[in-house]
Design a protein around this ligand. Sequence first.
Ligand code: F6R
Length: 612
Amino acid sequence: MCGIVAYLGKQKAEPILIKGLKRLEYRGYDSTGIALIENDELQVHKKKGKVAELETELSAQSFKSSIGIGHTRWATHGEPNDVNAHPHYSADQSLAVIHNGIIENYRSLKTELQKKGYSFKSDTDTEVFATFLQDVKTSNDLNLEDAVRLALSRVVGAYAIVILSKEEPDTLIAARKGSPMVIGVGKGEYFVASDATPIVEYTNNVIYLNDEEVAIIKSDSLEITDLKDIPLTPKIHEIDIALDEIEKGGYEHFMLKEIFEQPKSIADCMRGRLKMPEQTLILGGIQKYTDALIQAEKITFIACGTSWHAGLVAEYIFEEFCRIPVEVQYASEYRYRNPIVKPGEIVIAISQSGETADTLAAIEIAQRRGAIVLGIVNAVGSSISRVTDEGAYLHAGPEIGVASTKAFTAQLTVLSMMAIKAALLKGTITDSTFRELLNELNDIPAKVAKALTLNDKIKEISATFKDAHNFLYLGRGYNFPVALEGALKLKEISYIHAEGYPAAEMKHGPIALIDENMPVVFIATRDSSYDKIISNIQEVKSRKGKVIAVVTEGDVLIPGMADYTIEVPATHEALMPLVSVVPLQLLSYHIAVMRGANVDQPRNLAKSVTVE
Ligand code: F6R
């Protein structure tokens, strides 16, 4: 949520900020702005809308400033408009602030400041902080960095914040608590950003700022302290993100690129872990807790959205192969439901971004109550990867499209590998089942590639249903979470109302919705519930519903019943979600494009939900 970028060096800051904001736009895109120091003046330029609109507006001007801050917003306080856009000036316009997060005590700070005679232009918590900082600085006669530390010690809530001051025009101050922030260390230049995407084309050396740390960045020095001014030694990490991973590479949208990347991202996820000649499976990241995992009396998955759907698939897999009871919890509920956690219990947090606020809070509660928390995370160096006890990265590469696709299949890949390995060690599957599953896993990238060849057919089906008002997605067993995921993908990018259900639940209510206008997507691949789902298809057809069925290649029964069939390659039923989800991703993508929706930046959404 909200993208932050800042630059201090010898180059002109404005083009770096604009380019950085474009890279970060997937985090929030309702308004945007930058602040620069021009001719000793602190200038703020900001407006509602996309970064490209601000870029056009600024194109007539030339800027010399080699320091600056920029922000692309996902509104939390106040509607998206020019005034609420960041950066925000302090009351005396000596400071400009960009902020990601929520300052929870901003109302009391605002009242305090209003009593002192300050007034505010925007509805934002950030403007309150900017003026609060100014007031702390002037009333206590402090320099900027001391004022920032004192002001932040009075702030309740989450923040990633960067401050630019007219009085100290060669200094950037950055700080974080609960919202991500990365500092790029170049040669004689520094970058600050919400994630590494705006930084990678300039430097691979980054520092991940930790909670309650403050960075004082000058052209020739970088100092990091805690809020009490105790100096800290920053650790420089080398990141490994290629530029083409964060560019569209000829595709019309990031989402399409990422859907088509899946054969590679799944293979990357298995690389070095699944060793076919040796027939072994090694998950280095969770070796310390392997025994705890296989002896677990219960495993609890915590996640949100698509990652939660991956947890639901994992529930089936772990129960089937490892015979361990599994609970899958929405992180947002878990954090407030007084969960019962036995010391040493295994909790597995799943998150693409590694920054989801609800998941982070749920992890904290689980750890506080004695759980071992493992993280299944895509974004390297992200908060979840750092706070969890151990974990496995997805290695799917950066996911930029707001709707998660390749991260979902990579999550399923890691979770399947974990379950299969744990089952072997636990003795709940035989060696031959283990080898069979390994072979099936190894074939998944090729099968996903085959499913992708259905793109044209799916595009045609999409054209038929693009004007539908509702969709129902039905699946059973391993394909039930796939139904939920298909429905989520469709609603988030096309804005068509869609619901996913276990197919057998249809008769307990949703069947009332079926008529000739209701498209029903069945994920009906050949598995242990195949005969049952055929009955469900018949129930829909006899009420004139339109059936789109994802079936296994060579199915002869369902094509005779369904209005449209999409044939995907066969695999073990536990791994089928990796393949059967692909046509659903494509269906949502094409429907959304045909409806004129912005698939990479759907309305009201943002990647990385760093607020509650
Ligand atoms: C859906 C989607 C969201 C995320 C959810 C969790 O396409 O992207 O539902 O899955 O916000 O995000 P992460 O996985 O980053 O914790």
